[in-house]
Design a protein around this ligand. Sequence first.
Ligand code: NAP
Ligand code: MG
Length: 488
Amino acid sequence: MAKNNNNNIFKASWTYDEAPESIDHIQIKEQYDLYIDGKFTKPIKGKYFDTINPSNGEKIANIAEASSEDVDKAVKAARKAFKGWAALSGKERGKYIFRIARLIQERAREFAVIESLDGGKPIRESRDIDIPLAANHFFYYAGWADKLEYAFPNRDPKPLGVVGQIIPWNFPLLMAAWKLAPALATGNTVVLKPAETTSLTALKLAEIIHESGIPKGVVNIVTGAGETGASIVNHSDVNKIAFTGSTGVGKYIQKATAGTNKKLTLELGGKGANIIFEDASIDQAVEGIVNAIFFNQGHVCCAGSRLFIQESVADLVIEKLKRRMETLIVGNPLDKNTDIGAINSKKQLKTIENYIKIGINEGGEIYQPECKFPTQGNWCAPTLFLNVSQSHRIVQEEIFGPVLAVQTFRTIDEVIEKANNTPYGLSAGVWTEKGSKIFHLTQKLNAGVIWGNTFNKFDATSPFGGYKESGFGREGGLHGLKPYVKFE
Ligand code: NAP
Ligand code: MG
């Protein structure tokens, strides 16, 4: 995929010795079963699937495939546990959640390595972002468990019951934390399904949850593919579905739950606008662009995948961006130098490569720095497209890879109109020296999260979610409690 289409002044002059993270302390079993009713249980139909290391194509372990009968068992266990869990005082529930947070911290290195092995993301990211933030979410919501009356003054919040939660593969442990922590703090019981390609850290989390001594049946983790997810969605004794994933599957779930009593929250795809004004600190903005689109190989729902540069600084920004892209290291996720790891699956790599072809066929001007890829595994060079417009598919559709579409603008009104001209509404970034300009744009941009002079920053205390085809409902912060309670 890499193209040597640039002159050598951009070429990185530094080389780095390998700095691989040790995997000696990691224990991965050959086979993982379902976690139902406080026990690791074999799937009723006895089926297992492989989980693969995307950086070398090697099998890591066998993962149980939950059938609808297994899901039914998990829902029954969660229903049985609900009464007792909901009746516990918030303070007691909080103790278990604090314990889970601390156990994640204790085993942070192990979680980070497994996340990078199974999912392909650079160890620097899993070590410094995914795992600490996951612990952070449990800490944060543990703190709310005995303060719900302050979260909802005079409203007497009650839990919903059994919650089905379905998560994607891009932030496996973190998405599990986003889902589990608020649901447990508010007194619900849970059946959670991780994505097929990245089940391992959710299963490790099941071990920790077990160790925390939480009553059996409160958390059940069932692994499998889309069908397992559909069995949760269609189960008649589930009170709420919380889904993070693609807009296509989100729409299917919305249809499947329509006319039932199930509550629903959907965190779906995005096509975030990253807007650079001429008065921005340019070097800082270039780092921001890199972080916005190349973080986690671009497998980020809120990625800044559409770049808008004010015309007067466009040449300068693009030149600096290309030079910075030359220095990005693509390769072994477990190497601490790596900036861009492996693409999560062969299927996702095909999708990205297909979009790159579409971009070229539609007349976009592609730029990719020269990259040396490992011989095995799924790799994609950081990519940008110039000469594209609003009507290009790569500008409108979510690619979910390290591919950036670049456009320019002259006026604020023009960039607002262009930024909002997308079916999605999840994130945006604004780079300018003027605070007033940031505030003006935050009022006008139709996006759930808008960053000022930064991008892809997350915090447990801060709500996250979308508009339009990016879904509805918020996770994180006080807002994240609301989808898990009812008021009688
Ligand atoms: P996906 O294909 O929609 O899958 C998400 C989850 O749903 C996976 O666990 C998947 O199982 C399961 N699933 C698939 N078909 C299902 C069905 N018919 N019924 C119930 N569950 C089903 O999305 P993905 O490719 O994993 O993730 C990428 C997408 O997630 C992107 O569009 C991204 O923008 C979005 N995302 C959004 C956010 C947010 O907060 N807004 C955060 C992260 C990602 P299997 O994978 O096991 O098949
Ligand atoms: Mg894997």
